[in-house]
Ligand binder design. Sequence first.
Ligand SMILES: [Zn+2]
Ligand SMILES: [Zn+2]
Length: 344
Amino acid sequence: MVLRERGAPLVIEERSIPVPRSHQVLLRVAACAVCRTDLHVVDGELGRGVLPVVLGHQVVGTVVAAGPDAVLQVGARVGVPWLAWTCGSCAMCRAGRENLCVNARFTGCDVDGGFQELALADSRFCLRLPEGYADVEAAPLLCGGLIGYRALRMAGEAPRLGLYGFGSAAHIIAQVARHRGSTVFAFTRAGDRAAQEFALGMGVSWAGDSTGPAPEPLDAAIIFAPAGELVPLALAALRPGGTVVCAGIHMSDIPSFAYSLLWEERSIRSVANLTREDGTEFMRVAAEVRIRVQTEVLPLAEAGRALELLRAGRVHGTAVLVPEDPHGPGRSAGAPVPARPGQV
Ligand SMILES: [Zn+2]
Ligand SMILES: [Zn+2]
C-alpha cells in the first residue's frame, strides 16, 4: 500500500521481491500497527520523508532472507520500530542519544515500512519481541508502547499520572504505570464518552474531559494527542514541580498562557523517537507486565480505511493491518485473521 503523494489515498502496487543488501533482512510481515505519525506522514506535517513511500513503523515479521553481515537469522520473529537507521558517528550518536541522530532514517517515512507483505529492514535496528504476545498484539508495542514508555520515563516519579488522549500509546502505558503503582487519570476530547469508557475499561481510576478540572493535582501529565491547546490545560492540572511530557512527533501550535502556570518549577518537555536501548528495555517490561493490547484488526488492503478511522478518533486501542494469506485460507490456521472491531 503506497503513498505516492502527500494527502493522497494509498494505492496498491505489485512490486518484485527485494533482495536484502548489507546488514539487511527481508521480513514476511505478519502484522503492522497504525500510528498517528502515519497520518502526519500522509499530511506532510513532518517536513521530511521520501515519496513514494510505504507507511508503517510497527512491523512484526519473520526473517525470510538475510543479506551479508545481517545479525538475524532466517526464521527469527522480530519487530521493526520507527528508528530505521542511525549514523553512529554524529555528536548525538556518540553521546548515546541516537534518537536525536542528525542523519537518522525513520521507518515508513524515509525508508519503506510495513504496510506491505514483504519488508526490508536493517537487522541491527530490529527488536526481539517478548514471548506470549501474538503478532497482532506485539505490533502496537513497537511505537505506541515504546514511545509511550520513553515518555513515561521522562515523566519521572508520578504517583498521580494524567494521560491526555487515550489511544494506542495511552492504553498500553496506563497499564505499565498502574503496574508500578501509579494512579492513572485519562483526559479525552470533551464529551467523548466512548473513549472515557474505554479508558475506564483499561483500568484507569478516572476518565473525563480534557477541558475540565483534574480531580486532584497531577505529579506528571503525558500528552499523546497532537493538540497544542492541551499543554496549558495539562500545566494547570500539575502540582508544583510537576512535568508535562509532549509525546507526539507533531502538535498544533501551543497557545500563549500565563507564566503562573509554569511557575513553581513546573516543566514542559518533548520526547523524540527512540533508542535501541529503549526498545530492548521496553520489551523486557512488556514481558513482565503482560500488557493487554486492544486492537482492531483490518486487512492490509484496507490501510486507507484504518487511517481514516484513526483520524476520526474511532479506533479504541490500536488499528493493526494484517496481510491476507496469499496461499488461501487453508494456510492461515493459527494466524491472526481479520476480526470484528474491538477484538484482541
Ligand atoms: Zn548519528
Ligand atoms: Zn508511531
